[in-house]
Design a protein around this ligand. Structure first.
Ligand SMILES: [Zn+2]
Length: 525
């Protein structure tokens, strides 16, 4: 795959046009015509990450935070950032950033975190403006097809799942060529009336340059006539941050604990009264302090990073709680998952995505005796209750999967309890078309993945599928080829735990997981 193809694949998932003004997304270092074989995905490009990419034979580094943000004034070895650029060039390694475009995109960082928290009916906290233009060109009738083809291939005319979109209307072009002109049509000094087409199409900001160039090059006239307008539109489902509903109201302190356990954080802090019940949760991975007032209009609590003392105060005034989730940790958690999805999608394309093992948050948390677990003023949640911790590495996971129609639209439901029976995570998700049995296995795989993310060592899975339970116990053989792969994947995952067991319950005793399946299917319908 060429680097330009990789950029197109990234643009399809996280359109670069969604980037905030002043951000620096896309190709930062490298050659679009270069061949890409191995891509290292990392939150940032640090010295250690660059070392890793050289050591693992990666030809491209894909990061969330852009390496180049503030302009460079030199390229000298003594400057840490400039040294990285010099090394990239020397090693011929490309650097790509998917930053605020990925924050905003559907299925991007914000969506991944909102879904991980089990939020439903999610919407962006700050919907993205389209950042699009409308190109209106006036083209002689016999040239319209070739002009349109050139402009489409330069990136114009894409609306949602449709491409090559435009509108044309016929009319008459008026002009009189001046003495120095060389008109393609008509004569110098004579008023012309030419049948022309008014042709209009949308142009994303990222394609503006190439589209205008293509239009002018393909247009037969010496002096093509066109207008360009900015389009004020809002794109549904994309934008900064997300907010949505918890499956049921929870105290703020429990939401903080859930945030910590979901994202594997060592601690979670919140502002305001920890016992206040909340149901609408906003999440802004990264720095979301500036969105507190906006969040307060639609949320009860905002989960975000880089919060200051004054942010917490401001939140209190605005009537909202804030939960602090370290900027890098939360983003890395979500970026990793996004990159894993990308790796799956690109399987078979000749490009391998490798997740960095070298990126480290600059922050370290250390539990100090008497601090963190005291809950002195109800504002600090220590590791206890906020993650599974060492002595609480056991989970019980209730799973269910179902399809309407068998086969038909399918969904999974997962409820994770810690050793005390406290629900630490739920998941409800549609998984496309399939059978009941496939959905049951997909629920199991999701459960095992969550257990691993939580750092659980002892896992008990509870299911109402007799088939799945007996197969996992080795009492039934797996004959169905469609289930065999899922079964084998599940067995593989169970090996990662110290202890794994699976238990069968009656359907009515698995009501919570069952409800999540139905809820996901209802939401989809
Ligand atoms: Zn960030």
């Amino acid at each position: 795959m060429l680097l330009s193809d990789l950029l197109a694949a990234l643009d399809a998932r996280a359109p670069f046009s969604l980037a905030q003004a002043g951000d620096n997304c896309g190709l930062l270092v490298g050659d679009k015509g270069a061949l890409v074989r191995r891509v290292l995905a990392s939150l940032e490009l640090t010295e250690a990450v660059l070392e890793e990419s050289v050591a693992t034979g990666c030809d491209t580094v894909l990061t969330h935070h852009p390496l180049l943000y503030a302009p460079l004034r030199s390229l000298v070895e003594s400057d840490p950032r400039e040294r990285l650029v010099r090394r990239l060039v020397r090693e011929d390694i490309g650097a790509i950033a998917c930053h605020t475009n990925l924050d905003a995109a559907a299925g991007g960082i914000a969506d991944i975190t909102a879904i991980a928290l089990g939020l439903t009916d999610t919407a962006p906290l700050e919907p993205a403006a389209g950042g699009r233009y409308k190109l209106v060109g006036f083209v002689p009738e016999d040239a319209i097809e070739s002009v349109a083809a050139a402009v489409f291939s330069a990136g114009a005319g894409r609306i949602g799942e449709y491409r090559d979109c435009a509108f044309s209307s016929s009319g008459t072009g008026w002009f009189t060529a001046g003495d120095a002109a060389h008109p393609t049509v008509g004569t110098v000094g004579k008023a012309e009336r030419v049948p022309e087409v008014r042709w209009e199409s949308v142009v994303p900001r990222w394609a503006l340059d190439s589209v205008l160039r293509a239009f002018i090059a393909a247009h037969p006239y010496e002096q093509p006539a066109f207008d360009l307008y900015p389009v004020e539109d809002v794109l549904p489902g994309v934008g900064l941050g997300r907010f949505g509903w918890l499956p049921r109201p929870l105290p703020v302190a429990d939401v903080a604990a859930m945030v910590a356990s979901t994202f594997g954080l060592e601690r979670a802090e919140w502002s305001g009264d920890g016992s206040r019940m909340v149901s609408r949760v906003g999440v802004v991975p990264g720095s979301g302090g500036s969105l507190i007032d906006q969040a307060a209009t639609v949320c009860d609590v905002l989960v975000t990073g880089d919060l200051s003392y004054h942010d917490a105060e401001r939140a209190e005034t605005a009537g909202i709680s804030v939960i602090a989730a370290p900027h890098g940790d939360l983003e890395w958690w979500a970026f990793k998952r996004w990159a894993e999805g990308l790796a799956k999608d690109l399987r078979g394309s000749g490009v391998e995505i490798v997740i960095s093992g070298e990126w480290r948050s600059p922050w370290t948390t250390r539990e100090v005796d008497g601090v963190g677990d005291a809950d002195r003023d109800g504002r600090i949640a220590g590791a206890e209750g906020a993650s599974l911790g060492e002595d609480r590495a056991g989970v019980r996971i209730w799973i269910d999967g179902g399809s309407r129609g068998n086969p038909g639209p399918s969904a999974i439901g997962v409820v994770v309890e810690d050793q005390n029976g406290t629900v630490v995570e739920t998941r409800a998700r549609c998984i496309g078309m399939g059978t009941n049995n496939i959905a049951e296995y997909r629920a199991l795989l999701a459960a095992l993945e969550i257990a691993e993310e939580l750092g659980a060592q002892r896992v008990e899975v509870v299911s109402d599928s007799e088939l799945l339970v007996k197969q996992m116990k080795g009492e039934y053989r797996v004959k169905n080829q469609g289930l065999k792969d899922l079964f084998e994947e599940a067995i593989e995952l169970t090996r990662r735990f110290e202890r794994f067991s699976v238990r069968h319950v009656r359907r009515e005793d698995n009501a919570r997981a069952d409800a999540l399946v139905n809820q996901a299917l209802d939401d989809e319908a």
